[in-house]
Design a protein around this ligand. Structure first.
Ligand code: MAN
Length: 566
């Protein structure tokens, strides 16, 4: 006898509509549900539902003999149960005008007063088994076959169901609230991306202008630097090399001097401390003890103290020393002046322009450089700027500024592309997965702990330790059709259309494909992995509950019955 789960009730419920009122108009024959009462109204004759041309006397209803091809004359017996039944999973198939090779009725109607009305398959009627799951009032066993008596358990079952239903409703309420939060969070994140795009666009405009200006500057600096006379190897020619060597030497000496000074200061403070100890020793020792050793020590201290020159004031010398050691002091050598000096030693020696008044000097200088450049550019003067000559500091600085502006611009441009692409990506209904991206849930199963990180990846972690195995990286959101019995706790994907997340290109499977995972989603109060199966070698399927899909291709039992006969 095929037992049906509670979920079947939910499937059948849509058949029970407001026409229940018809029930109160006239008593229906045994097994007829309110939806079908209209076919059994006539007091004298009955027309088979799917074949109304076949008319029967009412006495032939429920006479335990199957007269109608659709079994509609036997709503309360199992006489027509051999006719193929309506699929409980496809109740919408019921169409009296089209079906005449299958039963017209969904089953034997149990009123189940105190609980939810339901249909039992005709094969279950009077089969000697109480079908409490579908028929809690026991009315399917009205004949008492083999002496069986099915007491009415609807009050108890209905109460229990109501309790469970309340919990389900509460959980559904929580899930819906959580979903709303996720939608708001997803919206906030999307807005954040949009704002960032705007900022980047403005930033990029500014940077483009800057890069253009710096490119021009670099070209100008390069041209003007080219006009300068040839320099020797090393910055600033021979004098430059000399100044660089001198700088290194001076720095070395300064460092040594600092070390010596620090050591001297430490030794001085130690001496002061030791002298204070000995001074106290001399003052506090007891001469009456006549200790020869002590007396000798006191005498030695007295001789030492007497031989010390009177202390002089070293502060002026120390100030000089400090000044010498301070690179920022007035007297310190300004090395930058020498390093920044781009003129060659030849120029330094023959700086005739220095003798001219400043405006005239600048003018002469510019004219000379321009003339030199023109001569070089026209092939009159050889370009003596050696290609391996080091670049001048001005050119290097201009080049550095340009390249850092250019790389800031490149970074912003690639960030802009990333965000623009992200906005166009599919993040599911209400873009809700934006809020879940990167959120991970774990579940133990067999020898592994499995992890699912939304829109990121799935991972298999051996419980005994060892390396983790990538089971796929997020590829896309899909819609699939599933058909599974829903467990009593509702933690399953059920049947219908569902959202699924596809993860591909995981770790390669020895002698097989790259690992991949299909994560099928169904509505739940919180994110959790319900089930993991390896459907084929290295092809995994996870069933995952999440509030994200509640109300949109969700898959949990709907708590509220469409109709019940309480
Ligand atoms: C590991 C796991 C299994 C998989 C085998 C294939 O043991 O990833 O899930 O079937 O490798 O070799």
């Amino acid at each position: 006898m095929g037992r049906q789960t509670l979920s079947s009730i939910a499937v059948l419920l849509p058949l029970l509509t407001a026409t229940a009122n018809a029930a109160s108009e006239a008593p229906r024959p045994r097994g007829v549900g309110p939806d079908f009462a209209k076919y059994y109204k006539d007091a004298t004759s009955f027309a088979c539902i799917s074949n109304p041309e076949i008319k029967l006397d009412v006495s032939r209803i429920n006479d335990d003999y199957c007269d109608c091809p659709d079994g509609s004359d036997e709503p309360g017996t199992s006489a027509c149960s051999y006719i193929s039944p309506l699929s409980p999973k496809q109740p919408s198939r019921y169409d009296p005008t089209k079906i005449n090779d299958s039963q017209a009725l969904p089953g034997f109607y149990c009123k189940n007063k105190g609980h939810i009305a339901s249909y039992v398959p005709f094969t279950n009627v009077n089969d000697g088994v109480c079908d409490y799951e579908l028929c809690c009032d026991g009315s399917d066993e009205w004949e008492g076959v083999g002496g069986i008596k099915c007491e009415d358990k609807c009050a108890k079952i209905g109460k229990e169901w109501k309790k469970q239903d309340e919990a389900r409703q509460k959980s559904l309420g929580n899930a819906n609230r959580r979903r709303k939060e996720l939608v708001a969070e997803a919206e906030r994140l999307r807005k954040e991306v949009e704002d960032r795009i705007q900022t980047l666009q403005a930033q990029i405009k500014g940077q483009e202008v800057k890069v253009e200006a710096l490119t021009k500057t670099l070209a100008e600096v390069e041209r003007s630097e080219k006009g300068k006379v040839v320099r020797g190897a090393g910055k600033g020619g021979k004098l430059g090399v000399l100044s660089s060597l001198a700088k290194d030497k001076v720095n070395e000496l300064t460092d040594s001097l600092r070390t010596v000074k620090d050591e001297r200061d430490a030794a001085r403070s130690k001496i002061t401390e030791l002298e204070a100890i000995l001074k106290r020793f001399k003052e506090e020792y007891n001469p009456n003890f006549n200790d020869e050793g002590v007396k000798r020590a006191v005498k030695a201290w007295e001789d030492y103290a007497a031989s010390q020159p009177i202390a002089t004031d070293d502060s002026a010398r120390d100030r000089d020393l400090e000044d010498l050691l301070n690179p920022a002091s007035e007297s310190a050598i300004k090395w930058d002046d020498f390093e920044d000096n781009e003129e060659s030693d030849v120029e330094l020696l023959y700086k005739f322009e220095e003798y001219l008044p400043t405006p005239l000097r600048t003018w002469v200088d510019e004219k000379l450089r321009a003339l030199r450049l023109t001569l070089i550019e026209n092939g009159i003067l050889a370009d003596t700027t050696a290609s391996d000559a080091p670049e001048s500091k001005r050119v290097t600085d201009a080049r550095d500024q340009l390249s850092s502006a250019q790389s800031a611009l490149d970074n912003d441009r690639s960030e802009l592309t990333k965000h623009t692409e992200d906005l166009a990506k599919d993040y599911g209904p209400d873009a809700i997965f934006r809020a879940l991206k990167g959120v991970c849930v774990n579940q133990d199963s067999g020898e592994y702990t499995y992890e699912h990180c939304f829109l990121d990846k799935t991972t298999q972690k051996p419980k005994k330790g060892g390396g983790h195995t990538g089971m796929g990286n997020f590829a896309r959101i899909e819609t699939i059709t599933v058909d599974e019995d829903l467990p009593a706790d509702g933690k399953g994907v059920g049947s219908g259309e569902r959202y699924a997340l596809k993860y591909e290109n995981g770790q390669h499977c020895w002698n097989g494909p790259n690992r991949s995972t299909l994560v099928v989603l169904a509505c739940a109060e919180k994110d959790e992995i319900w089930k993991i199966v390896e459907e084929e070698k290295c092809v995994y399927r996870m069933e995952v509950g999440t509030p994200a899909v509640c109300g949109v291709k969700e898959g949990v039992q709907k708590g509220a019955p469409a109709h019940n006969e309480l």
